[in-house]
Design a protein around this ligand. Structure first.
Ligand code: ADP
Length: 287
């Protein structure tokens, strides 16, 4: 089982002729609302990859729809608490596809220690724990998970040097993209092979990814596809990677499947709603 301490957001997307300037008032040309948050995306990806996923998090009193949506993707939601306001992201997208995002974390920063402890009391050695940097309780939760002998993973996004350094010592696996990797190396003054995390996977977008294991580094080329929307590629990749590892696949095999899922995801417009399932991934990339 994968226990994911993660954010749950309402993504509120406004299409605008151009990104608003200071003091400007603009009318939208389109509107969309849906489930988002790196945590929710990752839970959905892992569940659609046929993993068993328990989501640990919080929504507001207005958040039934978000819990429902996670449940419909097969995520276990009994450890999602209620707080005041569901986290939300206000996203402006202009005609060229450029965006500006403001996030109100809301309930995502009000997760209680007792709910983390309650959720992880069901976990045993061999289960997987993952979190990202969009909730509170990250470091405490990783420490508890490590003490239970769980496989502990962290996605260092959105990047914050203090947040990642608070968990590094308890991690089995760190997943980050190229920019985050550079930020981590700058913050710590160490290379990815020297930070003391046994496995580090750096995603490289259209260039695939690189797996650091001890002093070794192994490259995996990306599948050649034409991307239409790269949002959610990293979350999809990580969810698939963890689902593979949680069911006992070796790292190479889990990475290969995650790369297929990421390559399919970038060919789809949208986020949580279009994260591919295992059958779609296998159909798109047989062998
Ligand atoms: P993030 O969204 O976190 O920045 P990346 O852009 O590195 O993450 O993408 C995560 C993974 O998704 C990559 O490692 C790769 O497997 C896949 N992927 C992303 N972009 C492409 C692309 N243009 N072509 C093929 N695969 C891609």
């Amino acid at each position: 089982t994968i226990f994911n301490l993660g954010s749950i957001n309402a993504d509120i997307v406004y299409r605008v002729p151009h990104l608003p300037l200071p003091g400007e008032t603009l009318s939208t040309t389109g509107f969309q609302r849906g489930l988002g948050g790196k945590g929710a995306n990752m839970s959905i990806a892992a569940a659609r990859a046929a993993g068993r996923v328990v989501h640990i998090g919080a929504v507001g009193r207005d958040g039934d729809w978000a819990v429902q949506s996670l449940m419909e993707s097969g995520v276990h939601t009994q450890h999602i608490q209620r707080a005041e306001t569901t986290g939300h992201a206000i996203i402006y997208v202009d005609e060229t596809g450029e965006n500006t995002i403001v996030i109100h974390p809301g309930a995502n920063r009000e997760i209680s220690m007792s709910s983390v402890i309650a959720a992880l009391s069901d976990a045993t050695q061999g289960d997987t724990f993952v979190t990202q940097n969009e909730t509170n309780m990250q470091a405490d939760a990783v420490r508890i998970a490590a003490s239970k002998g769980m496989r502990t993973a962290y996605a260092a996004a959105p990047f914050d040097a203090d947040a990642v350094q608070a968990v590094l010592g308890d991690l089995d696996l760190l997943v980050l993209n190229e920019v985050e990797a550079q930020q981590l190396e700058t913050a710590t003054g160490q290379t990815l092979t020297d930070i003391g995390v046994p496995d580090v996977v750096m995603t490289l977008g259209a260039k695939g990814c690189r797996w650091f294991h001890g002093k070794q580094a192994q490259d995996f080329a990306a599948h050649k596809v034409t991307p239409v929307d790269t949002t959610g590629a990293g979350d999809t990749f990580t969810g698939y990677l963890l689902a593979g590892l949680d069911r006992g696949e070796p790292m190479e095999q889990a990475i290969r499947l995650a790369q297929k899922a990421g390559a399919l995801m970038v060919q789809r417009q949208g986020t949580a709603d279009v994260i591919p399932d295992l059958k779609d991934v296998r159909d798109a990339f047989p062998s």
